[in-house]
Write a protein that binds this ligand. Structure first.
Ligand SMILES: [Fe+2]
Length: 230
């Protein structure tokens, strides 16, 4: 079943790649990082697969964002920013129409929500943001920071981790940030094989748990996780 879902996600990504190759490459990297962290947290296999799919599809709504906005040099203006911010809802709709379940679609819909309610589209507070979403949201930010943009150079892994750590407890889930900080630096490199093999089976390279992550491993229930960690 997972393979079927993954095959369907790859088909959607292939369509995205035709129009937005840079978004597709970003999506593969975010998926690789998110899965590596999820494995380190000791999450159940089905949860890891949900995270893998949600991360792969998180920006698929950008398929419908005009190229004039995505490819514009410099920062978007207010009107362009407003249009850009519709991509989570567009992406969730694509997921539903493509047959993905609600948990995958939730990652797509809420990946720009932030713990302090400053995100979008629904300004959710941290307790209302599923932990699967929080993992993908942080790793999405990490990849964005460590990738070049028209208007800025890429940050080093250390600089990106330090910047995200400053937002722990406000923008970012402290549990997820703790995991990001504990990951060995080699797990935060996309690697040459990420376009296919490493992303598909990243846990093959992982020895878990990483020292220091034990205290952050998932308790028995998701609700307990919400209550105890955020
Ligand atoms: Fe996004």
């Amino acid at each position: 079943m997972f393979q079927t879902d993954l095959g369907r996600a790859e088909a959607v990504l292939a369509a995205l790649e035709v129009k937005r190759p840079e978004v597709t490459a970003h999506s593969w990297r975010v998926s690789a990082y998110s899965v590596r962290l999820a494995v380190q947290f000791g999450l159940a296999d089905d949860t890891v697969e949900t995270i893998r799919l949600g991360a792969l599809l998180h920006d698929v709504g950008k398929m419908l964002t005009p190229a004039s906005i995505l490819e514009k040099p410099g920062r978007p203006n207010a009107r362009q920013w407003k249009e850009l911010r519709t991509h989570p809802e567009l992406g969730a709709e694509i997921c539903h129409r493509s047959g993905f379940d609600d948990e995958v679609a939730a990652i797509v819909l809420y990946h720009h929500e932030r713990c302090d309610g400053s995100g979008y589209p629904d300004q959710l507070l941290h307790a209302a943001i599923p932990y699967t979403v929080r993992i993908v949201g942080v790793m999405d930010t990490f990849d964005a920071l460590t990738s070049s943009r028209e208007y800025r150079d890429r940050l080093s892994v250390a600089a990106a981790r330090a910047l995200i750590a400053r937002g722990a407890g406000s923008k970012y889930c402290p549990w997820v940030v703790s995991g990001l900080l504990a990951l060995p630096v080699e797990m935060l490199q996309p690697g040459l094989g990420d376009a296919l093999g490493v992303t598909r089976r990243p846990e093959g390279r992982v020895v878990r748990p990483v020292a220091g992550l034990v205290d952050f491993r998932r308790p028995d229930s998701g609700s307990a996780l919400h209550a105890s960690l955020c």
